[in-house]
Design a protein around this ligand. Structure first.
Ligand code: ADP
Ligand code: MG
Length: 695
């Protein structure tokens, strides 16, 4: 590398040091206030920023700019406008005004909006999120923005996230004030660990299912699975290692703090973890990371699969959402050194326990997707039941508070809120339970349910808002308390008593837990259409409305978008499968059968003493298998037709789940059985062994 990493880092972003160097001092100060204190930006200031930004971007080779945003379809969107502005005499100048920086007007009707915008009232606008640095991508200046309808409804995933961060900040500040701390903002922090698969482009190109749906719809399991457990943290193959280096560099240029990379559990599966950042920035960066993973893989003859379950029988991919809250100087989930700090830690902890228990259904909905349905509850990721893992030590602390009994830690540290201190939680003692969907890992919570391809905004929006609600209720109660400390302790006690059911430290993968959870009354929505109903529940709408995060209309629109999305995805999968079965698999089986039959006939022509027993047996199997597959194809087509004809969207989504998916499974089984006995020369698809194992 010609330039050093420190020079490279953030070189394509309009970051704080660029701003400081290039903006006039008053402009810089005003912009910083907008960024750090969430103050509105003056149009004059915006003009200055825009012109400086444009000059900087042009020096980097940019000719266009775009408002970069995250509509409800879960990906990112951009529409490029050039800086070119014609002037009289056939010449042109390069122009970028403050109002273009602050506001854009993409056509809102072409993005999913769940009925929020009719085509005739299509106007929507994007507005600059100055807390996330502008950056250069493919010679385009990208300005991170939020996307709303003209009447102010959120049409994207960033707007509610920003609103929820403010809600959390406001309520957390009230609590901190009671502890004598006056802070200007409490940040939500997020570190998104991203899992992904890399396969070879030549294999990918031969799989219509991977191309159209991101996952293999057919494919017999390989002779070797992941049973040897040799991949996790194993040595990284050269071609993958080259990809990772290249990716790191691209990410660093954009100021994305890529930190850790390693092999994951499944063959060809890897993970990238960044250093945590403020949640909205971390989400922007995660979206960019996913985009760059695909781009960079392409340069290396590889394809990056971000689907939650690309290969049946092989672990799927998730995205761990490491989450905390912090002030400029303090992580609020860091257990403290003094009794008072412990009290503060415990109140934030209690707020989270209450929030997660009360809004478990809503949190579950944020991670529901057709892809993630294959993971959750499939013994490789947490179940669809939300529970909290706090670790033995902390659980003992909690129980001692709840029962008024003294706390005896394994390390003999006495817990008495008045006197002693909480033990420091080493990560080792807290991070052992990988089966928990929501685990305390020493100084943050790790929400492990999100799928690898998902935008984490949804999960964090709900988490922030639900915690804001707990803190709000606590603050209301504590602000009037006569004896603050005993009021806090009483409140923590009550919370533990009321919400103890959501804490579970055992093995979340077992059937016993599913039964136990049911006994405890914890929700267990197993698949997307069921889980999404939480978006319509009154208590959840009340929560979102109370903190101005989402209105009832916005919640309903999201429900519609998600339900329709679910049906569309399964429909595409089913049609792709039908096409592959009819045009590739059935002809392959017929071709091979005919070869076997000819071989047998040829043998018999030479001498009827030659045995054709093996050919006959094979032909019988091929023929029976083909019949079974043919029946399965018809049944699948019928199920798809029925689902397509249904006009009621919720009913339709259930048809896809209850009838189409099982029909797909049946067809797959028939096809996979045939794959096992069909000649490689005839089988048209690269096998699992070939895709997943190579030197
Ligand atoms: P672990 O070993 O428990 O997985 P790491 O230190 O590797 O923990 O961190 C995992 C992820 O959690 C990283 O992305 C890291 O930046 C993030 N993380 C660490 N501290 C915080 C925090 N306070 N808030 C949010 N994310 C955090
Ligand atoms: Mg992790």
């Amino acid at each position: 590398m010609a330039v050093s990493i420190t020079e490279l880092y953030g070189s394509k972003t309009f970051n704080d040091s660029v701003m400081k160097e290039r903006l006039p001092s008053p402009t810089y100060k005003a912009l910083r206030a907008a960024i750090y204190e969430h103050k509105p930006l003056d149009p004059e200031v915006a003009n200055v920023v825009a012109s400086v930004m444009k000059r900087w971007a042009m020096e980097q080779g940019a000719t266009h700019y775009t408002h970069w945003f995250q509509p409800l379809n879960g990906i990112t969107s951009e529409k490029h406008d050039s800086f070119v502005s014609p002037v009289s005499g056939g010449a042109a100048i390069m122009e970028f005004k403050g109002k273009e920086l602050i506001k854009g007007e993409p056509d809102a009707s072409s993005f999913p909006n769940g009925g929020l915008r009719a085509t005739c009232e299509a106007r929507g606008y994007t507005s600059w999120d100055p807390t996330s640095y502008a950056f250069i991508k493919d010679d385009v200046l990208c300005i991170p923005t939020a996307f709303c309808s003209y009447t102010g409804e959120a049409l994207d995933k960033k707007t509610p996230l920003l609103r929820s961060m403010d809600a959390l900040s406001n309520q957390a500040r009230r609590i901190l004030k009671l502890f004598g701390k006056d802070v200007s903002y409490v940040r939500t922090t997020l570190g998104a660990e991203q899992e992904y698969f890399l396969v070879r482009k030549e294999d990918y190109k031969d799989r219509l299912d991977l191309i159209l749906t991101g996952r293999t719809l057919l494919g017999a399991s390989p002779s070797k699975g992941q049973e040897l457990e040799e991949h996790y943290f194993g040595a990284i193959r050269t071609e993958v290692s080259e990809f990772m280096k290249d990716l790191d560099e691209e990410l660093w240029k954009l100021g994305i703090p890529a930190k850790t990379k390693h092999n994951e559990v499944a063959p060809c599966q890897h993970e990238l973890a960044p250093v945590f950042e403020m949640a909205n920035v971390a989400v922007d960066h995660n979206m960019l990371t996913m985009e760059l993973m695909k781009k960079v893989a392409d340069r290396h003859g590889l394809v990056c699969l971000l689907h939650e379950k690309p290969f049946d029988g092989v672990n799927g991919s998730g995205k761990h959402n490491n989450w905390s809250m912090s002030t400029e100087t303090e992580n609020l989930l860091e257990p403290g050194d003094t009794p008072k700090e412990n009290l503060q830690f415990l109140i934030f902890l209690a707020a989270i326990i209450k929030a997660v228990d009360e809004y478990a259904d809503l949190l579950r909905a944020t991670v529901a997707s057709p892809g993630n349905d294959h993971r959750l509850g499939a013994n490789e990721a947490p179940p669809a039941i939300i529970s909290i893992f706090v670790g033995e030590e902390l659980e003992a602390v909690i129980d001692s508070i709840a029962s008024n009994s003294p706390y005896a830690a394994p390390t003999k540290l006495k817990m008495d809120l008045g006197v002693d201190v909480l033990p420091t939680f080493s990560k080792d003692s807290t991070d052992r339970n990988r089966t928990s969907p929501f685990a305390f890992t020493g100084n943050k919570f790790e929400f492990r349910m999100p799928g690898s391809s998902q935008n984490l905004s949804d999960a964090d929006t709900v988490l922030n808002t639900a915690v804001a609600k707990s803190l709000h209720d606590y603050a209301d109660e504590l602000e009037g308390a006569e004896d603050f400390e005993s009021a806090v302790i009483a409140l923590i006690k009550r919370t533990i008593h009321d919400h103890r059911r959501v804490i579970f430290n055992g093995d979340g993968y077992t059937e016993a837990w599913e039964k136990e959870a049911e006994r405890r009354g914890l929700p267990n929505a197993k698949y997307t259409p069921l889980a999404m109903k939480a978006l319509l529940a009154d208590k959840n709408i009340r929560l979102m409305e109370q903190f101005g995060v989402l209105t009832k209309t916005e919640m309903h629109s999201r429900y519609e978008v998600e339900i329709e999305h679910y049906s569309k995805v399964i429909n595409i999968e089913a049609l792709t499968m039908l096409e592959m079965l009819r045009k590739q698999i059935m002809p392959a089986v017929a071709g091979y059968s005919s070869e076997v039959a000819s071989a047998a006939a040829a043998k018999q022509a030479v001498s009827d003493k030659l045995s054709v027993r093996s050919e006959t047996r094979l032909l019988e199997k091929l023929s029976a298998g083909a019949d079974e597959l043919s029946d399965a194809i018809d049944a699948l087509q019928e199920a798809v037709d029925k689902a397509t004809a249904e006009s009621d969207e919720p009913a339709k989504s259930y048809l896809y789940h209850d009838a189409v998916l099982p029909a797909m499974e049946k067809a797959r089984k028939a096809s996979d059985t045939l794959e096992r006995i069909c000649s490689e020369d005839y089988w048209p698809l690269p096998s699992y062994s070939r895709m997943l194992y190579y030197v």
